[in-house]
Design a protein around this ligand. Sequence first.
Ligand code: FES
Length: 575
Amino acid sequence: MTPRKRPEDLRSHRWFGVSDLRSFGHRSRLRQIGYDAADFAGKPVIGIINTWSDINACHAHLRDRAQDVKRGVLQAGGFPLELPAMSLAEPFVKPTTMLYRNFLAMECEELLRSHPIDGAVLMGGCDKTTPGLIMGAISMGLPAIYLPAGPMLRGNWGGQVLGSGSDTWKYWDEKRAGKITEEDWAEIEGGIARSFGTCMTMGTAPTLMAIAEALGLSLPGASSIPAPDAGHPRMSAACGRRIVDMVWEDLTPAKILSPASFDNAIAVHMAMGGSTNAIVHLVAMARRAGIPLDLARFDDISRKVPVIANIRPAGKYLMEDFFYAGGLRALMQEIRELLDLKCLTVTGKTLGENIGDAKTFHPEVIRPVADPVYGEGATVVLTGNLAPRGCVMKPAAAEQRLLKHRGKVIAFADYNEMAREVERDDLDVTADHILVLKHAGPKGGPGMPEWGMLPIPKKLVQQGVRDMVRISDARMSGTSYGACILHVAPESFVGGPLAFVQTGDEIEIDVAARRIHLHVSDHELARRRAAWTPPPPHYLRGYGAMFAQHIGQADEGCDFDFLTGTAPIPEPEIH
Ligand code: FES
C-alpha cells in the first residue's frame, strides 16, 4: 500500500510551499483573491473542472453543485479551485459535439497540468463531457473523481410519460404521418424536458455516467441520482470530501483502471441496454490508459450479458424509475456473477464492497438476469466486406424481423441529399430496402455526427412503416432506435468500402452470425475503387484542419493520434 503523502509531497507544494521568488508571486496572487495561508498552506489543491454554461440545460445545476463540492473539499481540509471547461451542450453545438470531445479532453488535461492542482473533481454528464473529462484526467494521471450531472425528471404530455429523444423521434413520425396536430407537437416541446439534468432515456449520457461508475471512477450510486434530487448536492459534497483523501492516498486513475474494470464497464453497458456511442468512448478511454480494447471484446461480453434495465429506447421506463428501483448498485448486484468484484474504485474499496447489499425495489424496472428485457447481444459488432474493421448495431432496439435481412440499396452521397430524398412522395422505396448514408464518419461528417438513425422515408411512414435497415459510418443518439447499422469502419470519406456502394446493390445482414455483406464482386468493387477520387477536405485551417489530420477511425475510438497512449509528459518548469 502506498504511504500517505506529506504536505511537502503535494504537487502544489512546488507552487506554494517553497521559498523563492516565484512562489512569493503565487502566494501573493492568492492573497489578491482574498485567500490567506490558512486557506491553502500545506493543503491538497482540488481542481473542480466544471462544464457548466448558460447554454447547457443538462448542466444548469453544476454552478450550484460546484459550491457543494467546495463545501466537501473544505470539510476535508483541502483547498478548492473551480476551473471552467468547454460545456459541449449536445443539442446546440454544431456540427456535432463529437468534433470537440477531444478538444475537451485536451483542455481538461492541460488545465490540470498547467495549474497547481493535486486532485480533480470532474463535473460533466451531457454526452461527450463524460468521456472528454475522463480521457483528459486519465492522461494527466492525478487523483480524480467523476461527478455525474444526473438525469432530468420524467417528461410529461397530457398525462403521458415522455422520454428524451426517443419520444421526439416517435412523435415527429406521428406528425409526419398526420396522426398528431401542430398544437400537440408544441405541447410536447414544452413537456419533454421539464427539469435540469441530462437526458433520462438510456441515451449516451446515462450510459456514460453508469460506465464511469462501473469503471470505479464515481462514488457508489452517484450515476443514478436524478439531477434535482436532494441526494445530488449531498453526493457532490461527498465527492469533495473524498477527493482530498484520494490525494493523500495518491489514488490515481492508473491504480483504478485495468482490463477487468473495462470489462465491468462493458458488462454494465450491455445490462443497461446502453447507447452505441459508448463503444467509441470506451475504446478511447482504454487507449488513454494503455489498455488494449477492440470491438471483438464488446461482442464477446454482449453474448454473455442480457439487458436487464427496462429503460427506453430498448425498454419501457426512464432513469427516474431506475433510481427508485435501486439504481446502478442494484443493477450491478443483479449481474454480480458477470463482474470482477475485486476491481479498485475511487472509494479505496472494491467494486464488490461498493455494491454491498444493494437491493432491487422494482423488479419490473431492473429485471433479474433470469427474466431479462432482451436475452443477449444488446449491442453487436458485425464485420464483412462492407465493414472490414467492424460496425455496430443495437438489435435490442430494432424490429426483430430485420435482424436477418437482404435488401436492395438506396444510397445517399451525403446528409443533405438524404434529407431531401426521404421527403419525396415518389421515392422508389419499400420497407425492404436498405438506406445507405455516406460521408458521415469521423472525417466525412466531419466529427461522425448522430445521423445514423436515417428518417424512414415519408411515403413509408404514411403507410405505417416504423423501422427498416439503415447503414452509415455515422453514430446515432443513444435515445434513437431502429435497425440502424453504425460506425462502419473504415469510413467512406477515406475510401472505405461504403464509398463504393451504389443504389441497386444488395446488402445482406445476419446479426446471429455477426455478418454484413455487400453482394458486389471483388472485381467490380476494385473497378469502382479505381474510379473513386477522394473528396476535398472540409477545413483548410484551424481546429477542424487539425482534427481531420489526426482523428482516428471509429474502431480506434476517434481519438487524436498524438493523444493516445501513456507516453510521459514532463511536469511544467516553474521559473
Ligand atoms: Fe445533454 Fe442529452 S442533451 S444529455
